[in-house]
Design a protein around this ligand. Structure first.
Ligand code: V47
Length: 354
């Protein structure tokens, strides 16, 4: 069957189809991705009011693309105390956040309880706040560092009050590329398995893909298909988040950076390939807010949130350090022709702004 017939019929797409989609012109591709987006969500664009906190940047692992962890190019190691973290949460709570998104580096000096007890403290002080924390890479690090199984770490997460898992640490699943860009980090199979264990407890998570560095189109399609397979099994993923590689202050040598066309194509293709994912998130911290707004017409239905403060992507050059004001965020979505919908972390609608 011809690719366009398959798209018209809404049939599931193969690896070869995924590669062929890149050969379509942007607007044909966009039309199909937008059709799928509108079938699922109409003109709604989802966001949440959240705060990102990155409590430490001291890391046992060395990922070539990372400018956040303390190293020769970023000689500024820090580890926050629980009091400092609670202070941030308290201020953000007053500003109306509904979610706190906590991601750290792999710090071997803090002890396990430093990682876990903060969740309980946050939950005790703010029971209604959603705690999204610990990537599969962090879970793997904690398990290895403290002689625990992944199951044991996950049980502790549940006990200490983690509500959902973020999608970080997936990078790119192809083993050769992964070995080159983040040797020693959680393997692709293990990343997927850890999410499976989390989903088996009835919990939800997200999935990212870091692209625009040394990977090729075929690696992106492979990445999407490995996620689609797991989603068929568990149904536990909420959103797919293609993260555009930021180039400053790190150790990855990249010859050519992606054009906006290639970024939009990748977003549109993810909408079409990931037929079992409800949401595609254009994370504006890496795509820029302008391209994220355009991506709404190319399959993306979620723009993450106001963020308030961001350390990982901004360390590598993204203009996201200070987040966005809610009013500006709403105006941008509305003037681009979409309906802002504030959601909770699990995509229940809180407020439709129309
Ligand atoms: O996994 C690191 C990425 C991720 C760079 O689940 C970089 O809702 C671009 O996962 N250029 C962490 N990206 C952030 C993350 C995330 C963000 C927003 C929402 C959610 C969610 C998850 O940041 C890491 C890594 O892939 N990253 N360095 C860089 N130079």
């Amino acid at each position: 069957m011809d690719l366009l017939d398959k798209l018209d019929a809404g049939e599931r797409l193969s690896y070869e189809d995924g590669l062929a989609l890149y050969e379509l012109d942007l607007f044909t591709l966009g039309r199909y991705a937008d059709k799928k987006r509108q079938q699922l969500h109409g003109k709604k664009s989802f966001f949440n009011i959240n705060r990102h906190i990155n409590p430490t940047n001291i890391c046992k692992d060395i990922c070539k693309f990372c400018a956040f962890s303390a190293n020769r190019k970023n000689p500024n190691p820090y580890t926050m105390s629980h009091e400092e973290i609670l202070e941030i949460v308290s201020k953000s709570y007053e500003n109306g956040i509904k979610e706190v998104h906590i991601v750290s580096a792999h710090n071997p000096h803090t002890g396990l309880q430093w990682y876990l007890e903060i969740f309980k403290k946050i939950k005790e002080a703010y029971p209604s706040l959603h705690v999204k924390a610990l990537t599969a890479a962090e879970i793997n690090f904690l398990a290895k560092e403290y002689g625990l199984s992944w199951d044991e770490v996950i049980d502790k997460m549940v006990t200490y009050g983690v509500d959902s898992m973020p999608g970080g640490g997936a990078e790119i699943f192809d083993e050769k590329i992964r070995e080159y860009v983040c040797k020693g980090k959680v393997s692709s199979t293990d990343w997927l398995y850890i999410h499976k264990l989390w989903h088996q407890r009835g919990k939800e998570s997200n999935a990212t893909m870091l692209f625009g560095h040394v990977e090729e189109r075929k690696h992106r399609i492979d990445h999407m298909l490995r996620l689609r397979d797991l989603q068929d099994e568990t149904g536990g993923f909420n959103a797919f988040i293609p993260l555009v590689y930021q180039r400053d202050n790190n150790y990855l040598k990249v010859e050519n950076f992606l054009s906006s066309t290639e970024i939009l194509k990748t977003m549109a293709i993810s909408r079409l390939m990931l037929d079992n994912f409800a949401h595609i998130k254009a994370y504006w911290a890496t795509s820029t807010i302008n391209l994220a707004l355009v991506a709404q017409e190319f399959g993306a239905d979620d723009l993450d949130g106001t963020i308030e403060k961001e350390a990982i992507q901004s360390a590598a050059g993204a203009k996201s350090a200070a987040g966005l004001k809610l009013k500006d965020f709403l105006d941008l979505i509305t003037t681009s022709g979409f309906i802002p919908v504030e959601r909770d972390s699990l995509y229940n609608e809180i407020k439709v702004y129309n």
